[in-house]
Design a protein around this ligand. Structure first.
Ligand code: 0GY
Length: 301
């Protein structure tokens, strides 16, 4: 089956620069996706967008180019709960990738065991309204109860404005809860303002909540333009990410978000994204925790 990309869709950056920042040995890209290829792994009928194909070979080439050792591949909404492209990538990665799947209420124990054997260690619950249809909370609670005994965690994706309404649901989950993209703060608001304070409170009061300090390219208003030739792209996002890394050094993860679905104004150079890391994790110790210790503990232990 062939698929037409959503009009205006940006393909991923074909020739990313070599980062100036040298990643520590064993670094993990803990948030990335595979899309299709649609001919082999068709996109889900209920999807809200049709991406460009972005397969496992390209992902592994990017991993090697940037200097990562491993990937955590997160099921994207365009594949719905059909995890075949994800599982195929995990199996091809020879132990160098783990996955986060999407499952529905009817998933069998045998299917969960197969996903585990392939390298899946979590499920993703998506609350971003432009990406998914509503799923009843009791279905998600049931899934969380089913996956908890496997030692898996729940990854949640939501917009900052929806956190008050989701708070009780998140704080009742029986597993580690990993928040995508810092809960999508509005970075034009102050880092010390009430909206981000609520997110910090979630992590302060709930030791099982982690955050991905990802997606400056998605959250930034100032954008990728560096000033004075310095690599200071996405400078408005840095204070938010740095606050999380410094206050919760053992509960943060970093990832490229390749191939960057749904970006409207630019497609980031992944090399530049890696160069963002030392601005949010300024010491070798913080960098090691963010890029190696934390993802290894969550996905490989
Ligand atoms: C991301 C962000 C987005 C998309 C998805 O699963 C997805 O479709 O997560 C987005 O559009 O913000 O993490 O890739």
């Amino acid at each position: 089956m062939s698929f037409e990309k959503t009009p205006g869709w940006f393909d991923w950056y074909a020739h990313p620069s070599k980062p100036l920042f040298r990643l520590p040995p064993g670094a993990v890209d803990a948030h990335c996706h595979v899309f299709g290829p649609g001919e082999v792994f068709p996109y889900a009928p209920e999807r809200k967008y049709t991406p460009c194909d972005a397969g496992k070979e390209q992902l592994f080439a990017l991993r090697d180019h940037l200097g990562f050792a491993r990937n955590v591949i997160v099921q994207a909404t365009c594949h719905g709960a059909d995890n075949r492209a994800l599982v195929d990538a995990l199996c091809a990665a020879e132990g160098r990738a783990r996955g986060v799947a999407t499952v529905r209420r009817g998933v069998s124990d045998a299917e969960l065991r197969e996903l585990h054997a392939a390298g899946v260690r979590g499920v993703r619950f998506n609350f971003v309204k432009r990406l998914v249809d509503f799923t009843p909370r009791d279905e998600l609670q049931e899934i969380a109860r089913r996956i908890a005994p496997l030692g898996w965690h729940v990854v949640v994706y939501f917009e900052a404005a929806d956190l008050p309404e989701l708070w009780d649901f998140f704080t009742a989950l029986p597993t580690i809860v990993v928040v995508d993209h810092m809960g999508r703060p509005d970075v034009s608001k102050p880092v010390d303002g009430p909206e981000f304070a609520l997110f910090l409170k979630l992590l302060r009061e709930h030791g099982n909540v982690w955050s991905k300090v990802t997606c400056p390219e998605r959250l930034s208003v100032t954008g990728p333009r560096a000033l004075d030739g310095e690599r200071d792209a996405y400078r408005d996002v840095a204070p938010f990410a740095r606050r999380l890394v410094e206050e919760f050094p053992d509960r943060v993860l970093w990832g490229t978000d390749w191939p960057h679905p749904n970006l409207k104004d630019h497609m980031p150079d992944d090399g530049l994204l890696v160069d963002f890391i030392p601005r949010i994790a300024p010491t070798p110790e913080l960098q090691r925790k963010l890029l190696v210790d934390n993802p290894m503990r969550l996905y490989w232990s």
